[in-house]
Structure formats: structure tokens, C-alpha cells
Design a protein. Structure first.
Length: 257
């Protein structure tokens, strides 16, 4: 009689499956790589020239934010994968396998985060070089920070995939969620120059928190607040919980419209 697979083995199998899925869609990687390079070497360079009177190095500020916003964008793909699996009927099969829904959410969220981390690691190393930061430990710590962020974003994306049944509404909501998490944050805009009405939201954005923590590691003169680590951890826990809760609803049935 065969023994039951361990939880770690199940999570690894789910992560490995998501990694294979991303490899089969190289155009996604090419598209986002080109966009990142344009952001870094065209947009950031030009805005740095225009913003030279502001008294700080906008290129260094933006370079970190570009990496954070890129991994955020990549992490949202996991929700699109789940929604497509739902439409194909594959998700019902996956949920019928002998492991709990919580393990499924953890495995898929970590899968989205791991593939995002693999993708942006060369970008992070490039940014560290351009910003004159050469500590291996510091770069590793920065990668850990954005991995935590990507895990929470993956959980948010999974929650939307489980919550929304209509394909058109899902496409709109996932695009708006990605837009809001990146743009209503201090990833690529200094908080002080954002519209006053958006500053309170951006202050407690997990994307802002991740950007500030990485800047505090990479860039002299920058510091992060202790609450920003708490924001990141709470963000992950909340959307792990919501993703699991909406999987319960999925197990009870529901049709696409």
C-alpha cells in the first residue's frame, strides 16, 4: 500500500507544473523583458533628465520600482492560468485530487511567485549593478522581499479567479487590479509627488512597502518603516485565506457566463 504524499511534495509538484506552464509561453517573458528595458533605459533616463531639479537620483529610485512592478505583473498571470483552467474544465480535475484546497492555494501562489522570481532575478542583478550595489547578501535579501510580495499578489490573483465567473468581467478586473497595485503605490512615483487623495492608499500598499524595503537595502539615504514588513506579511496571509475561502465556493459549483 503506497504512502500518502507529503505536503511539501504536493506543493513542489504544483510549483513545478506552473514553471513548465510559463516556459511554454515564452512570448510573455519576451514582452515583459522588452517593456522592462524600455522603462529602465528610455523612460527612466529621460525623466531623470527632466527631474534633475528635484534633488534626488530618479533613475536609481525608478530602477528598483521597475523590478518590483515587473514581478507584480508576472505574479498576476497565475490567476489568468486558473481562469483558463476553469474554462477548460481542468481545474475541476485538479481540485478532485487527494489534497486539501489550502495546499492547492499555497502551491499555486508559490508557483506564481517562484516563476516571477526566476524571471526578475537577472533584472534585479542588473539594477544592483547600475545602482552601484554589490553585496550578494543584500541582493539575496531584496529577492526575498519581492518573493514575499509576489506570493501575496499571486494569492490576490487566485482570489479574483475564484470570485469572478464571467470571462469579460475577469479580464477587466485583473487588468484594473494590476493597474491599481502598481500605479497607486510608490514603486515608480515618489509618494510626496502623488495626488493627495491617493497618498494614504499608496502609503500602505504592499508594492510601496516592497519598493521601500529594497531601496533601503540598495540605495544610500533611503530607509523603510517597520510597519512595511507587517504590511507585506498581512497581505500574503489575507489573500491566502481569501483564496482558500473562494475555493470552497468553487467546490460547491458555479458556471461561467
Amino acid at each position: 500500500m503506497s504512502s500518502k504524499p507529503s505536503s511539501l511534495f504536493i506543493i513542489w509538484v504544483l510549483i513545478e507544473r506552473d514553471l513548465r506552464t510559463l516556459v511554454k509561453s515564452p512570448w510573455i517573458l519576451i514582452n515583459r523583458t522588452v517593456f522592462f528595458l524600455i522603462q529602465l533605459f528610455v523612460f527612466a533616463f529621460l525623466i531623470t533628465k527632466l527631474a534633475s531639479s528635484l534633488g534626488f537620483n530618479y533613475f536609481a529610485f525608478y530602477s528598483v520600482g521597475a523590478v518590483v512592478s515587473t514581478i507584480t505583473s508576472i505574479a498576476f498571470i497565475i490567476g489568468e492560468d486558473l481562469f483558463e483552467e476553469e474554462e477548460m474544465g481542468l481545474l475541476d480535475y485538479l481540485l478532485s485530487l487527494p489534497f486539501g484546497h489550502t495546499l492547492f492555494v499555497i502551491g499555486r501562489a508559490l508557483g506564481g511567485a517562484v516563476r516571477g522570481l526566476i524571471y526578475v532575478t537577472p533584472m534585479m542583478i542588473l539594477v544592483a549593478y547600475l545602482d552601484g550595489y554589490f553585496s550578494v547578501v543584500g541582493v539575496a535579501g531584496s529577492l526575498l522581499v519581492i518573493f514575499v510580495l509576489a506570493t501575496g499578489i499571486s494569492g490576490l490573483s487566485i482570489t479574483l479567479a475564484m470570485l469572478i465567473r464571467n470571462a469579460n468581467r475577469f479580464d477587466i478586473m485583473i487588468a484594473l487590479a494590476e493597474l491599481a497595485t502598481v500605479r497607486v503605490s510608490a514603486a515608480i512615483y515618489p509618494l510626496v509627488y502623488m495626488p493627495k487623495v491617493l497618498q494614504p492608499l499608496a502609503t500602505y500598499s504592499p508594492v510601496t512597502s516592497a519598493s521601500d524595503i529594497v531601496r533601503a537595502i540598495f540605495l544610500p539615504g533611503y530607509a523603510s518603516e517597520p510597519y512595511e514588513t507587517v504590511v507585506l506579511v498581512l497581505f500574503v496571509l489575507i489573500f491566502f485565506g481569501l483564496g482558500s475561502a473562494f475555493l470552497f465556493r468553487k467546490l460547491e459549483g458555479g458556471k461561467f457566463e
